[in-house]
Ligand binder design. Structure first.
Ligand SMILES: *[C@@H]1O[C@H](CO)[C@@H](O)[C@H](O)[C@H]1NC(C)=O
Ligand SMILES: *[C@@H]1O[C@H](CO)[C@@H](O)[C@H](O)[C@H]1NC(C)=O
Ligand SMILES: *[C@@H]1O[C@H](CO)[C@@H](O)[C@H](O)[C@H]1NC(C)=O
Ligand SMILES: *[C@@H]1O[C@H](CO)[C@@H](O)[C@H](O)[C@H]1NC(C)=O
Ligand SMILES: *[C@@H]1O[C@H](CO)[C@@H](O)[C@H](O)[C@H]1NC(C)=O
Ligand SMILES: *[C@@H]1O[C@H](CO)[C@@H](O)[C@H](O)[C@H]1NC(C)=O
Ligand SMILES: *[C@@H]1O[C@H](CO)[C@@H](O)[C@H](O)[C@H]1NC(C)=O
Length: 615
């Protein structure tokens, strides 16, 4: 998979605590978002200033920051920085702190002096932005209003006007694959999936570094199956920005049947039946949960599923087997494994000379694994894979054709101390120009008492980077961030997924209140109707799904702080004859077995009902 190093953190600014939006007279509780493109020298361009969906837990005057690599070609280290705050002054100050050029525009300078806000929706894109192409929007899977959901949008590239139906079918298949009974299934009520169609003049994506005449200009560098890049980032940005709240994660879907993709500001994928869902799930894991890799040979290991060392408390102490929640100081052990070889060769094979490489083993491990990925090799007779001359009996995945796939050969014996060779021999000359050895890795493991390979076992598993530096992950092979062919995240990532999504989604979709005066009395009648995000008992088809997590909503109503037990767990409150000085409130707590620790209270929601304001 191509890289993403999406990371996200909150910056608390030491500016004087400024009042929230209401005091500046904005008729909305929505914060402002300033989006910058920043190159590796710190030169910034302001893409837009707009109002945006809530970021939960965002204090007045503080700024929430989110960064994504843009993968501009040639690689410039450019990133897209999104800053969100209720306070425009804090926003510009944070932007200026990111950038070496002046980004604060003149009229924002006046803002700083006069302490007045510019209008939301103002756009500073100038010549820097592009204009959005025509977009025909269709919902694929919808759970609620975009202002309180996380929205994923498939944009069409290389689909002609005649291929509209194919685009919708491809996008729907991908959306269903990642959310039907696996991966994002349990969080689906927090997500919307959309298809946004733009006809391209030509069908398919470019090769040899040359885009075709398509909406976003997608292309491969050569002909080999690897990265797919985009040549019209401004158009893609404008397309996503034009959708406002309905575009949190843009996905550029290139009309090509084979493996390829890219992560970062835009997730780029193809509808390859074998690889499209696999790349999509993995790249969304990076951008939505905000985690790095779990597989060996990467360079970015961060987020909820990565520990830099064995110090306690372990980040996933509450998931360890056996659970050590009550004894977080206990010494944790590393599962015993080593990686003597790791090579992302991405090499084209030829029939004249095998591709081979050597590595040293220590002779101190009980078992080993040969892990590799190939493309352009549809038949077992096309290739032999050997370790120290011994044929490993490779055969392609059924129906893989010339697409890329991943193979594991587990061997229950130890490698001897000394030098070993792994080789890939192309036996079918006709496959030259297409047959590719993408990656090969050798891992060695201790015996069962030293390395617990059981699925569902949570511990400290060593992961080896490109530079052979060790970090730790929670499971052996349970997570699609490591084993891209598995469809699910591990529990640690699923918990991270809930928390990331609930930072943008409030459990309360709506609270409608009505106050009716009573004739001949200073008292009033009050009704309140609560609409919650459809989880737990409010899930559509709750109970029929094959993936049914244990979850519940608890609803508590109070009057002036005193519980109204009669209404517990009810979504409707009805009070006859109330004093207009009273303050009612509702507190909602969501519980799911998939979240064990919620430090920031993201699984709770609260609303006050101040009668003097609504009556
Ligand atoms: C989910 O459904 C697909 C078919 O729609 C099936 O191939 C897959 O095995 C199912 N996954 C699980 C985890 O049940
Ligand atoms: C261990 O890693 C954590 C981050 O995961 C870091 O905060 C801590 O300083 C490290 N401890 C040592 C002893 O290196
Ligand atoms: C990585 O480091 C380990 C331990 O030092 C060593 O045994 C192994 O051979 C190294 N692997 C590579 C690919 O350099
Ligand atoms: C054939 O492949 C081998 C191994 O990758 C390489 O060393 C050699 O240059 C290739 N030969 C040709 C003609 O491409
Ligand atoms: C294997 O070890 C020998 C002896 O230490 C060393 O000379 C050689 O370079 C190593 N080979 C590889 C491929 O690491
Ligand atoms: C309300 O719902 C919660 C969560 O299901 C449950 O634990 C609690 O017992 C319920 N309370 C009442 C009074 O029904
Ligand atoms: C308020 O509630 C009382 C008692 O249920 C009812 O008789 C009355 O009609 C209500 N008044 C209004 C204006 O809804």
């Amino acid at each position: 998979m191509q890289i993403t190093s999406a990371y996200l953190y909150a910056l608390l600014f030491a500016l004087p605590a400024l009042a929230a939006s209401a005091e500046h007279g904005r008729a909305t509780d929505r914060p402002l978002e300033l989006i910058l493109l920043r190159d590796n020298e710190g030169i910034c361009n302001v893409l837009t200033l707009r109002d945006t969906q809530k970021v939960r837990g965002l204090q007045a005057g503080s700024v929430h920051t989110n960064r994504l690599q843009t993968h501009a070609q040639p690689q410039s280290g450019e990133e897209r920085v999104s800053l969100v705050s209720y306070d425009e002054r804090a926003l510009w100050a944070a932007a200026q702190a990111e950038c070496s050029n002046t980004v604060i525009p003149e009229h924002a300078g006046q803002v700083l002096q006069q302490d007045a806000l510019t209008a939301p929706h103002a756009t500073y894109s100038d010549s820097f932005g592009g204009s959005a192409p025509p977009l025909q929007i269709e919902p694929l899977i919808q759970s609620g209003d975009s202002s309180n959901r996380v929205d994923l949008v498939f944009f069409a590239d290389g689909y002609t006007a005649d291929e509209h139906a194919k685009f919708i079918a491809d996008a729907l298949r991908l959306a269903e694959d990642v959310s039907y009974n696996q991966t994002f299934n349990t969080v689906k009520p927090l997500l919307n999936f959309w298809a946004a169609f733009t006809p391209s003049k030509e069908s398919g994506i470019g090769v040899g570094g040359k885009p075709k005449d398509t909406a976003f200009g997608l292309y491969r560098d050569g002909t080999e199956l690897r990265g797919v890049y985009y040549s019209k980032p401004k158009v893609a940005r404008a397309a996503c920005l034009s959708l406002g709240d309905a575009c949190d994660y843009p996905i550029l879907l290139g009309n090509d049947p084979l493996y390829g993709g890219l992560g970062g500001e835009f997730t780029v994928i193809t509808p390859s039946p074998a690889n499209g869902p696999l790349v999509l799930r993995h790249e969304l894991g990076h951008s939505v949960i905000n985690v790095g890799e779990e597989y060996d040979g990467g360079f970015a290991y961060f987020g909820v599923d990565a520990a830099q060392n064995l110090s306690t408390p372990v980040p996933w102490a509450h998931w360890l087997t056996p659970s050590v929640t009550d004894n977080a100081d206990q010494v944790v052990r590393s599962e015993r494994a080593v990686m003597p070889l790791q090579n992302y060769a991405w090499t084209m094979l030829n029939a004249s000379t095998p591709w081979a490489t050597t590595f040293n083993a220590s002779g101190r491990y009980a078992r080993h694994l040969v892990r590799f990925s190939l493309s352009g090799l549809p038949a077992a007779a096309d290739l032999s894979v050997r370790l120290d001359g011994e044929d490993l009996g490779w055969a392609p995945r059924k129906d893989i054709g010339v697409d890329r796939w991943h193979y594991d050969v587990h061997r229950d014996d130890g490698l001897k101390d000394g030098l070993h060779e792994v080789s890939f021999t192309l036996k079918n000359k006709e496959r030259e120009g297409i047959a590719q050895m993408c990656s090969v890795e050798i891992l060695e493991f201790g015996d069962e008492s030293q390395f617990n390979a059981t699925p569902g076992h949570y511990s400290m598993y060593p992961t080896f980077s490109l530079k052979n530096e060790t970090t730790y992950r929670p499971t052996n092979e349970d997570c699609l961030m490591r084993q891209v062919t598995t469809p699910n995240f591990c529990s640690v990532c699923v918990e991270g997924l809930w928390l990331s999504l609930l930072r943008r989604v409030d459990l309360i979709d709506e609270l409608n209140t009505a106050c009716t005066p009573r004739r001949g009395s200073p008292k009033v009648n009050l009704t309140a109707n609560l609409a919650l995000v459809p989880l737990a008992q409010f899930r559509a088809g709750a109970g029929d799904s094959d993936v049914a997590p244990q979850e519940s909503y608890a609803i508590r109503w109070t009057k002036d702080g005193v519980p109204l037990h009669h209404f517990t767990n009810q979504t409707r409150l009805a009070i006859n004859g109330e004093d207009t000085g009273a303050v009612y409130a509702v507190d909602v707590t969501f519980a799911t077995e998939e979240v064990h620790v919620d430090k920031e209270g993201l699984l709770t929601a609260h609303r006050d009902i101040v009668l003097s304001k609504i009556c």
